[in-house]
Design a protein around this ligand. Sequence first.
Ligand SMILES: [Zn+2]
Length: 382
Amino acid sequence: MRFSVSKKFISVLMAVIIISVIPKTGVYAADRVFPYDEDLVIVIDPGHGGTDTGTQGGRIQERFMNLITAQALVERLNQYEGVTVYMTRSDNDTTMSLTDRAKFAESVDADFVFSIHYNACYAHDRFGIEVYTSRIAPYNAYGYQFGNLLMHRFEDDFGIFPRGVKTRKGLRTEGDYYTIISANVYREIPAVIIEHCFADGTVDSVHTASNEQFRDYGITDADAIAEYFGLRSSVLGIDCSGSSDDLIEADVSSFNDATYEDRTAPDNVSITVRDIDPVSNTVTVEISASESDGMMMFYALSTDGGWTWQESKIWPGADTYSGTFDTSFELVIPFENGYRPTLVVKGFNRYDAYTKSEPVTFLERFDGCNIPLYRTGTIYGG
Ligand SMILES: [Zn+2]
């Protein structure tokens, strides 16, 4: 199937995309926005392969992880009716360019491309699933709606944290940064990248412990795809042809705000002492943030002025589906007797950019008896 939307129309649409920076609250049980005919053609793209290993930060190379997931996905999806499934690569030795993958999708008349990946980051401290969609309408909406549905399943079935459906702008264009997305959209084929979880993170290490888990993710991908396209399987006894509670309201005529790429750090992050218990050596602090063009997603605490950081935690109230978060929350921090802390907090937004708070410096040690003096703000020459 081919879309009737012409390339010229898309380029005009690109020029008039207005990105509003306030994410709107999602409304579920919406209609499927993806139009397709009876003969659905899906291309599954196991990311990387051959000399391109993908991330090597995990237990096994990413190219292997991606293929295990993709093969389980294809096997499962083939049990649904009315769908033809292709893979861009079916072994681990094939090196294939991103453009060639899109050309392959075009050659088989693909309706949708799903690119299968696992994530990694320099600090090895991130966790969760994220989905990248195109910045271009209507492809933005298709990926946004599918990605939200997929994240719900991963959160419910595996307890993997939903990092959101995201976009990334190309370096010199208004189009997409990721070639697997831009090269397909150029051919009028919607494409998404699924980053299932982090191969290198300590939090997600429980989710990447066995190859069986990579297979389970492929099965869940397939069932989410089936739900998104309203497919049926008599073999599996699954019928997704009715309405779905997990479909989010999505706008095919423009950019969906919740996928907005926040390229700046949070506006402000602060830490305020609310209470000190000198006997139990605990401090109750209030941590606050303002983030006008996005949402807070993680925070990390340092008790030694920023030399070392505790493992980052989910920002209270962070809801990637609605784009909302608690603007402030309280934290009770215990200290060992004799410790003289300097508290600093880093608040991370949905795109992992962070802002550091001013420090709260204790001028005296906790001694299990007296309330130590403290000062907020940077102390110079101290
Ligand atoms: Zn990858």
